[in-house]
Design a protein around this ligand. Structure first.
Ligand code: NAD
Length: 416
């Protein structure tokens, strides 16, 4: 069997490696470098900045090239052919790159997403997240348009670097799709660290060093040496030739079923190009689902239990349902604070909180939301509990090592 994969981000390259390990021949086509947005201008360089006290572009480049070499090694497999270039669909499962044509038994489209912008004057003068990662100087004043994941991560990083940071968020809360309790606590934590955050703010223009915005019909201006546009990402649909290939899509992405199949037989789409949760780990899991379907294997990947983390200081992490998503259900919430946790206090990381949401009648854990040090690691125990439908009673019986931050989760479970 032979499959064609377009895009070498975490969705594309991980699926290529998995396919090769199953003895499938793969043609992996990518216009950009191995690792896609995640490695080259997203998750990984952002995490590199998180660990610095001032921007160090050579260290960032080192991290990227080390990881890229790892992926290149993974792709050095006799079953994988790497093709550098822009792919466009040529009908069915065939793809053209320049004057070369490739066809396979199946085609997987994994071309990711690009930064979205606002239809306002001066929007093109603002930086996107990729450009932000290449700043070699710390701006005295940074204005971030959008208080979502990207906006808050850069706000947190540049506040730590010493910038005066203002975040302008259109919705009444930052992180609009997150648990409101968690979002409000993260907002307060960032404000305590000196970030100015304006919610319900409508940005109307960027004029040189001034960002103009309105709130409750009053006009405001924020002075900034650097403006970051972080109002979301949109699927990278351009130049794939989807119309001629007859693939159904909308501006929010290529339409797929639960097996990541498009409407054209043999053609699959995974990751950001399908809209929805634009997360590297979702793209990889969707790739595995598509591959399983191609191979006729049924799996139990649970796309309703997707952990997500925001790499601010403090970190935020979430899995399962938010309290808002449980509206109308009879639930109980258990909460615990990091300041009551021995390790958190001893290591000077006592700013944090954990909330466990459980169904009242059965005790089944439905959602967990954590703000605090290492939230992005602790959340995976919670993901297991949610995915397996574990009850608070059973979870309490699992012994947790002392002293560890994971005891905060146990304390919140106990309180639920
Ligand atoms: P997002 O959707 O998380 O946030 C965009 C924010 O911009 C929202 O809060 C939205 O209300 C706000 N907004 C929209 N229009 C606005 C306007 N006119 N004025 C002010 N605010 C406005 O998108 P993002 O932060 O750009 O991230 C893009 C994608 O990348 C997301 O899917 C995100 O999950 C993903 N991502 C994930 C991570 C992570 O997992 N740690 C990190 C970075 C990005």
């Amino acid at each position: 069997m032979r499959i064609i994969i377009i895009g070498a981000g975490p969705g594309g390259y991980e699926t290529a490696a998995e396919a090769a390990s199953r003895g499938i021949e793969v043609v992996l086509i990518s216009e950009g470098p191995l690792g896609g947005t995640c490695l080259n201008e997203g998750c990984i360089p952002t995490k590199a900045l998180c660990s610095m006290s001032a921007p160090d572009l050579s260290r960032k480049a080192e991290v990227i090239s080390q990881l890229q070499a790892g992926i290149a090694q993974l792709m050095r497999n006799k079953l994988i052919t790497l093709v550098q270039g822009k792919a466009s669909l040529a009908g069915g499962t065939s793809v053209k790159v320049g004057d070369q044509e490739f066809s396979g038994d199946a085609l997987i489209i994994a071309t990711g997403s690009v930064s979205a912008t606002l239809p306002i004057p001066g929007a093109d003068t603002a930086l996107d997240s990729a450009a932000m990662l290449n700043l070699d100087k710390v701006p005295a004043r940074l204005c971030v348009i959008g208080g979502g994941v990207i906006g808050l991560e850069f706000a947190s990083i540049y506040r730590k670097f010493g910038s005066e940071v203002t975040v302008l968020e259109f919705c009444p809360n930052v992180l609009p799709r997150f648990d409101v309790d968690l979002a409000k606590r993260l907002k307060s934590a960032l404000v305590r660290r000196g970030v100015t955050i304006e919610t319900s703010a409508r940005v109307t223009a960027v004029e040189g060093n001034v960002v103009k915005w309105t709130k409750n019909d009053k006009a405001f201006e924020t002075q900034a040496d650097c403006v970051l546009m972080a109002v979301g990402r949109r699927p990278n649909l351009a130049s794939l030739n989807l119309d001629d290939a007859g693939i159904e899509y909308s501006p929010s992405g290529i339409a797929v079923d639960e097996n990541m199949r498009t409407n054209v037989p043999g053609v699959y789409a995974i990751g950001d190009i399908t809209g929805g949760m634009m997360l590297a780990h979702v793209a990889s899991a969707q790739g595995r689902r598509a591959l399983n379907h191609i191979c006729g294997i049924e799996d139990a990947i649970d796309f309703s239990t997707v952990p997500a983390a925001v790499f601010t200081v403090p970190e935020a992490a979430t899995v399962g349902r938010t309290e808002e998503e449980c509206a109308g259900m009879d639930i109980t919430c258990g909460k615990a604070n990091y300041r009551a946790n021995g390790k958190a206090v001893a290591s000077g990381e006592a700013d944090g909180w954990c909330k466990v949401i459980a169904e009242k009648s059965t005790g089944r854990i439905l959602g967990v939301h954590i703000l605090g040090a290492h939230a992005s690691d602790i959340i995976h125990e919670a993901a297991v509990l949610v995915a397996l439908g574990v009850t608070t009673k059973n979870a309490r019986d699992i012994i947790h090592a002392h002293p560890t931050l994971s005891e905060v989760l146990l304390a919140a479970i106990t309180a639920a």
